[in-house]
Design a protein around this ligand. Structure first.
Ligand SMILES: Cc1ncc(COP(=O)(O)O)c(C=O)c1O
Length: 387
């Protein structure tokens, strides 16, 4: 039987973090009534102190496994989000004319909570997701939570769902913050009300290949992003348009699609949900992010780790031909981790990469995981302890 004993209110009060700045956001409110109802708040405020949820931790994939609680915070009359709250995970109510439903005025983020061998729980660089959401909100004409509000909310969500944080080495708790225009709007304009919502799911490997090398298909018909568009931010509007190419590629046995730049159609950009790196000799290269590529938190972290290890790292244009001539290729992302690429297929030509016994990607990933698990000193303050 689930034992309920720890007060959620205490949890909320004990989880505030240091003060961090807020970027400027758009202000386009009307006097229209709020449209999305808040879910019922947890009363009496308790959550389970059971150590683990009763699930098979050995077979986690990347599917939705709803957890106990979600977090909601609203912004109505000005740029400020009011005090957020945890509530049982469940459906939300939205006006049919909500900005997010009609005009895709929405953003999402993805970060993870982990459990260490000693039982301690931590987050990895959640401030970076907060900042990325602020930049995306500016692009999508939405107000956004402050970095402090964002990180505090992620922390509360992780703690309230702590029994869903997998045992060390079995996976992590994927935390999905959303920011959406929840207010009603008919003519094309920013919504009159915004909702910030976080839910979570216990996850294992993202790709069905597990840790096996990925096979990527280079898409040369459709593009993920264009210059001046919103490819550089994590708007929900960027994801449905790739489903067609992704589904086609998956049906043909590929793991993911690699997109080319829409101007020259010859430089690689990124995959559907991860960034890409190429190794040639001792040099690590990745496409420069010039507004069409999402600046991954993992990408940024791997660049930092590689430089610390003494590798030369270049952010620049990389042609698909150069990619196919690489010694090693790998993808990075919060969901995918650091995943080696085994083959690339471009215009009916397939190249396979030799899998070396000591690939650079493994060294980089084990260093990153070492920092996360505490085996390597965290000199940069990337780890946020949430116990
Ligand atoms: C399009 C795209 N590129 C790259 C990434 C990797 O970003 P991160 O390392 O922050 O998860 C993601 C995942 O969020 C993504 O959706």
């Amino acid at each position: 039987m689930i034992q309920r004993s720890v007060h959620l209110r205490n949890l909320i009060q004990s989880s505030s973090i240091g003060s961090l700045s807020k970027l400027r956001t758009c202000k386009f409110f009307t006097s229209q009534a709020a449209a999305a109802s808040l879910p019922q708040v947890c009363e009496p405020s308790v959550y389970s102190d059971e150590e683990y949820a009763d699930i098979d931790w050995n077979n986690l994939g990347f599917g939705l496994m709803p957890t106990d609680y979600m977090y909601t915070m609203k912004c109505t009359q000005d740029d400020n989000f009011e005090q957020g709250q945890l509530s049982p995970y469940g459906n939300i109510e939205l006006s049919p004319s909500a900005g997010v439903l009609n005009y895709a005025q929405g953003l999402f983020e993805g970060t993870k909570a982990y459990r260490r061998e000693d039982g301690r729980l931590f987050l990895f660089r959640p401030d970076q997701n907060a900042i990325r959401m602020q930049i995306g909100a500016e692009r999508m004409c939405m107000p956004s939570p402050t970095v402090e509000q964002f990180v505090d909310a992620v922390k509360q969500t992780a703690l309230a769902n702590r029994r869903w944080i997998p045992p060390p080495g079995k996976g992590s708790l994927y935390i999905r913050p959303l920011l959406m225009g929840s207010g009603p709007i008919l003519g094309l304009a920013p919504a009159p009300e915004y909702t910030f919502l976080i839910y979570a799911s216990a996850v294992g490997n993202y790709f069905k290949e597990g840790l096996a090398p990925l096979s990527l298909y280079v898409e040369d018909e459709s593009h993920r992003a264009s210059r001046g568009g919103a490819g550089g931010v994590k708007t929900i509007a960027n994801y449905a348009p790739v489903l067609k190419a992704l589904t086609r590629a998956r049906n043909r046995g590929f793991s993911d699609v690699l997109y080319l730049d829409s101007v020259n159609k010859k430089n690689i950009e990124e995959a559907s949900s991860c960034n890409i790196f190429i190794v040639k000799g001792n040099v690590l290269s990745t496409p420069a992010t010039n507004g069409t590529i999402l600046e991954g938190v993992t990408r940024k972290s791997i660049i930092g780790v590689a430089r610390d290890l003494g590798y030369q790292v270049e952010e620049r244009s990389i042609s698909v031909e150069e990619l196919m001539d690489g010694d090693e290729v790998f993808c990075t992302g919060t969901a995918v981790g650091v995943a080696p690429v085994g083959s690339i297929t471009y215009q009916n030509k397939r190249v396979e990469y030799k899998m070396s016994a000591h690939p650079m990607c493994r060294e980089l990933y084990s260093t990153l995981v070492g920092i996360q698990t505490g085996l390597i000193e965290d000199k940069r303050g990337w780890i946020v302890d949430i116990n």
